[in-house]
Design a protein around this ligand. Structure first.
Ligand code: HEM
Length: 85
């Protein structure tokens, strides 16, 4: 996931920037059990879905780039979809 999400700690055979791809179902329900806030990614550093997507690096950086090039309306539609999962 690139240097931004590299925490320098190894787990098993995973490199320090490799993370399990998180299932996104139930994403919209997360704030309901976290005091109304989002704490996304492996260390909870992303406080919104938009931030989590924008922090994707490495193999996922193209997806983050495509998200950033969407119009505000299309970004909103994607986030609404993700919250519905
Ligand atoms: C538009 C496409 C994508 C969207 C909307 C998306 C969305 C997200 C979101 C919201 C999270 C945080 C989930 C959570 O913490 O509960 C996440 C995490 C993650 N995503 Fe994606 N993602 C996309 C593409 C990708 C791609 C292409 C890859 C891999 C090549 C990827 C790999 C990961 C990984 C490994 C994590 C966990 C990272 C960590 O825990 O630090 N994602 N994604």
């Amino acid at each position: 996931m690139g240097p931004g999400l590299d925490d320098g700690y190894t787990e098993g055979t995973a490199k320090t920037s490799e993370w399990r791809t998180t299932p996104l179902w139930g994403l919209g329900l997360a704030p309901g059990v976290q005091g109304g806030n989002y704490y996304l990614l492996h260390d909870g550093r992303a406080h919104s879905i938009e931030q989590a997507i924008q922090m994707h690096g490495g193999e996922a950086s193209a997806s983050a780039g495509r998200f950033n090039s969407l119009s505000q309306t299309d970004r909103g539609a994607l986030v609404t979809f993700l919250k519905s999962l």
